[in-house]
Design a protein around this ligand. Sequence first.
Ligand SMILES: [Zn+2]
Length: 415
Amino acid sequence: MTDGLAERLFDQLRAESFDGVGITRECYTKTETRALRIIEAEAQRLGLATSWDAGANLWAELPGTEPSLPAVACGSHLDSVPQGGNFDGAAGVIAGLQAIAKLKEEGFQPRRSIRLLALRGEESAFYGQAYLGSLALFGRLRGEDLATTNVSSGRKLGDAMASVGVDVARVEQGEKLLDPASLACWLELHIEQGPVLLARDMPAAIVTGIRGNVRHRAVECLGEAGHSGAVPRWLRHDTVFAVADLITRLDRHWRTLLERGRDLVITSGIIGTDPAEHAMARIPGKMTFSLDIRSQSPETLEAFYDLFLSECEGIAQERGVRFTTGRRVDAAPAQMDAGLIETLRTQLREMGLPDEPIPSGAGHDAAVFANAGVPSGMIFVRNANGSHNPKESMEMSDFHVGAEVLRRALRELAA
Ligand SMILES: [Zn+2]
């Protein structure tokens, strides 16, 4: 029943969501629902009970002999960024389904129920905030989050959620749609989105913690437009020079904090003058940029954020410009559970594989579970060419190593 299962499911998902360049499974759309339905149909074929929660996420279950005990849960998300890859998120859902199917096939009768969760809305690409599905589950999305508009369509997040069956009224009230105490743990397999496993020649690794972030989607620097030839330097309010100055200063602070042993990464991935009005001979009166600050330490995030604000203030005074930051979006860092890290590492060692745990630079739903009080663990699978692009590539042999670690851990934790 499980031979070729994962390969077939990856193919089906790809066929459903190929956009001509990569994979697009936009959160809270029909495409995402179709992906969830593929998993639902397979789970039912395997004889697992399936259900949908009030956040419109899919569950499949292998019932335990003591179903009142907190369940052992695993899974990941099924949405993707625009023109992304097929494995980001989906690998964790398919690995969970395969692991549970194998345990069932072996005739294993767990004491605790084993539950698979296929989440929606993990990626921040469409609404500027990550973990939408898991935050909604734990009552952590607010009205202002639901009013966020889609970057391309302008549609409100709340409307998109309602369109796929999310009980938006309960989400808006901050109601917990899932009781964290109903889960004994959360295990998430995910492709590594950085280059470490490839460089170290390891098929899989266990994750120690997940970096949190503080982000602004569009900081605006406002100055004064003018003729490039006519305005002398001392009368200019040039926003490009101001933003360049800001980024140079931030880079200097970043280096200093790294030298002090802090964990920190800074990115300004979107930056530009307005094409509708910019010109070679025009002093730019307005510039917009994004800012993405990540660290495993909440203190480091706040310290760097304070430096950012004070540098904005200093540059505003020196250069006669103004900064408006817009909405600040936070995602808290998270530690993985020490006991689960050990359980997962033990499986790697027993399989005769190298065991070197690594931190996660990218965010994952496991961070939300951990911060909601559910002990969480993560397995990374080697993946070439990074992620959030169509070239992301995981060898199926590596996937099966990670999925086997998951199967063994589920068996141990549910017994
Ligand atoms: Zn992901």
